[in-house]
Design a protein around this ligand. Structure first.
Ligand code: WT7
Length: 684
């Protein structure tokens, strides 16, 4: 564990003193009264199980649970003995009252707009469930979803939930290697994908990546391939006829797997099949709803396993109270469904609440830099949830662009993914929110499944840059190395002392790693987040970023080891060390120190243009191995890496070097001092 947190973050946060009082008019309109809120806080603290029971009661169950919590650290079971279905909670139960309400409003990057009501979405999901069952899938089998952000991706997720199949959504920005590793780790039998999606006016060719990946994925039997040009059209055969255009021919097999074309396969599902095979599978509360891969401190991504009952209770309750989500809202969370934010706050939370979810496929600034503001105005978005990195890049583009649009429909603004710097918070508040919308800075993780620390709009005074207080039901603490609570006004490690329902249950195939990673740093079943935090004099929490070898690049989590393994997989590379450095726009940027094998090093020495060429080749290699989000900002070639006598790379020194250009820290354990001297002089 690293003992210090990045200085730059702390500096900014320590200076912040502004306070924004909650708006009473807003809190009156939430339907949540101060008394209930206080009761929640009390019960969440004293008897979290009671609090979460009440949250779980807002779901539809087939069989009530017998025991609320079984806790043998690190193994939690919530709502034991209860039975339910994830898709039913997001669809069927809304049909009587909200069947004709918009569930999804989707805009493709090229500009097409489609709306599906709950009834329409339900029908598509039923058909897709029947199709999945027809492939021979059994409850508990895994389905990999590798899709652009189209409505069909959500159909696929919900159909898995409906049939009791465990989905693993793989972000469309990942390349073939990363895709293959995840498919194999999950041993997925079906892959759902699309020929392409749109981003920045270009086609992102997903199917090509699947093609490459499936050469080495022995478990995959079927691929369902969506032809993007038909995205958003129903599969009832009627809207099909609306301008189908010429069809590009698609492969019949990928690897060993048989390809089923989405629209043809769904159109072929008869009414009888839909009724007989599209129904819900009643699963245990603990049944794995999904596996989601995220980066850790080793080169191998972790597949975090989430439950059905506990996860949904957490996602629904937090979606409702943090965003004050109402039936009348148009809710937009800009995350991709490939991340946990997309799972909990694009799909499961808001749909379980019968919300109207707006979705946008493409890049924020395409074809014009005001695309987001334009869409908020046109679709009358009322709740907007995005990442600090996006806010900072909009801020750079100036105030004129948002001011050109009518943003008066907005009433709540959210932020997630990394600490938001006060400057960006203020801009978001003043320019996007017109000074009138409360900002909810939501702290949580893939592992927590749902928001853990956040203000409740209208109830908690906010301070720019702080996620404020833990939500009811979570026993959050900031502790020192020995696990003791720190005094207000000091910093330490962010932990959660008691289990909560939406916590990840394990790491797929590696329960030992789960225990070691999260429950070994502190004793007594205390969960360690991996983050450093400070609790101020008012008890507000300021998250200061990771204290382990995990980077946060534009709100995306990436292990330094992952990038290192990608680099050393290139034949010319002998050794690599990757560190993060503060980046104004992305939060953190990636700097790689690379030692080349002798013959290659000799070739490059002194030859600047070849060096530059090789640098971009290596960057491209990382992109191919992992995906564009892992592209190093800078690669520095070095003859040696600084190591301790026992041979451990001293990343601390490299971090310092990457950030400040010099090393002033303690170098007493360094084996060869000349290494640092050479690096500072930028010698090869
Ligand atoms: C890490 C989790 C779940 C959200 C998407 C990222 C950082 C997340 C905040 C916030 C400060 C934040 C933490 C955390 N983080 N939200 N509001 N303020 N830091 O999920 O990929 O699992 O990453 O993101 O460092 O550990 P993730």
């Amino acid at each position: 564990m690293r003992t210090t947190v990045p200085r730059s973050n702390i500096d900014v946060h320590l200076k912040e003193t502004r306070l924004f009082k909650p708006d009473r008019a807003f809190s009156k309109a939430t339907g949540l009264d101060l008394k209930t809120y206080k009761k929640w806080l009390r019960s969440g603290k004293a008897t979290p199980e009671k609090y979460w029971e009440a949250a779980a009661q807002e779901l539809t169950w087939h069989k009530k649970w017998k025991k609320t919590l079984k806790w043998t650290p690190p193994h939690a079971q919530w709502f034991v003995g209860g039975k339910l279905n994830g898709a039913e909670n997001c669809l069927d139960r809304h049909l009587p009252l909200h069947g004709n309400k918009a569930a999804l409003v989707w805009e493709g990057e090229p500009g097409e707009v489609f709306t599906w009501t709950y009834r329409q979405l339900h029908r598509e999901v039923e058909k897709f469930t029947a199709l999945l069952r027809n492939t021979g899938l059994k409850p508990g089998d895994r389905v990999a979803i590798y899709m652009p952000l189209v409505m069909e991706s959500i159909v696929a997720m919900l159909a898995c939930a409906r049939g009791g199949f465990t989905h693993t959504v793989i972000f469309g920005g990942f390349g073939a290697e990363a895709l293959k590793d995840r498919i194999n780790d999950a041993a997925a039998k079906v892959v759902v994908t699309a020929d392409y999606g749109w981003r920045k006016g270009l086609q992102v060719k997903l199917r090509e990546q699947v093609d490459a990946a499936l050469k080495n994925c022995p478990t995959v039997e079927h691929v369902v391939l969506l032809e993007r040009a038909f995205s958003g059209r129903m599969t009832d055969g009627f809207s099909e006829s609306l301008g189908r255009g010429t069809r590009v021919s698609q492969p019949k097999h990928l690897g060993r797997a048989t390809v089923l074309l989405w629209h043809d396969a769904l159109a072929a599902v008869s009414e009888t099949q839909r009724k007989n095979f599209g129904g819900i599978e009643s699963v245990d509360a603990e049944h794995p709803l999904f596996i989601l891969y995220t980066s850790g401190t080793t080169g191998k991504p972790k597949g975090l396993v989430h439950s059905t009952g506990g996860y949904l209770a957490g996602a629904l309750r937090t979606a409702k109270i943090v965003f004050d989500l109402k039936l009348t809202d148009v809710y937009w969370c800009t995350a991709d469904i490939g991340w946990i934010t997309g799972h909990s706050y694009v799909v499961y939370g808001p749909l379980a609440a019968a919300g109207t979810v707006f979705l946008y496929e493409g890049a924020p600034t395409h074809p014009t830099p005001d695309r987001f503001w334009n869409m908020i105005a046109r679709h009358r978005v009322s709740i907007f949830y995005t990442a600090p990195t996006a806010i900072r890049s909009f801020m750079r583009l100036g105030n004129e662009l948002p001011k050109k649009h009518d943003l008066s429909s907005l009433r709540v603004l959210g932020s997630v993914g990394e600490p938001i710097n006060p400057e960006a918070w203020m801009w978001y508040h003043d320019i996007i929110g017109g000074g009138r919308c409360p900002i909810v800075d939501t702290y949580w993780q893939t592992e927590t499944g749902a928001i853990v620390i956040s203000p409740l709009p209208g109830f908690i005074a906010t301070k720019p840059g702080s996620a404020t207080r833990p939500l009811p039901g979570y026993d959050v603490d900031v502790v020192d190395k020995a696990g003791k609570s720190v005094k207000n006004g000091t910093g330490g490690y962010l932990v959660i002392r008691k289990p909560w329902p939406s916590m990840a249950r394990t790491i797929h195939g590696d329960p030992e790693r789960f225990k070691k990673q999260y429950f070994s740093e502190f004793k007594g079943g205390v969960y360690f987040t991996g983050d450093g935090a400070r609790r101020d004099r008012d008890g507000y929490i300021w998250c200061l970023g990771r204290v382990d070898d995990v980077l946060n690049v534009s709100g995306h989590r990436l292990g330094t080891m992952e990038v290192e393994s990608a680099l050393v997989s290139h034949p010319a590379v002998a050794e690599a060390a990757v560190v993060g450095r503060p980046d104004e726009l992305k939060g953190q940027g990636i700097v790689a120190f690379v030692t080349l094998k002798a013959s290659h090093a000799a070739q490059l020495r002194g030859n600047l243009s070849e060096k530059a060429q090789f640098e971009s080749l290596l960057k491209g290699h990382v992109v191919k191995q992992i995906g564009a989000l892992a592209r190093p900002d800078e690669i520095r070639f070095t003859k040696n890496l600084p190591k301790t006598r026992s041979g451990k790379i001293m990343r601390r020194l490299l971090r310092e070097l990457a950030t400040n250009g010099t090393v002033q820290g303690d170098t007493t354990t360094l084996e060869d001092l000349s290494v640092i001297a050479a690096l500072q002089k930028d010698e090869e």
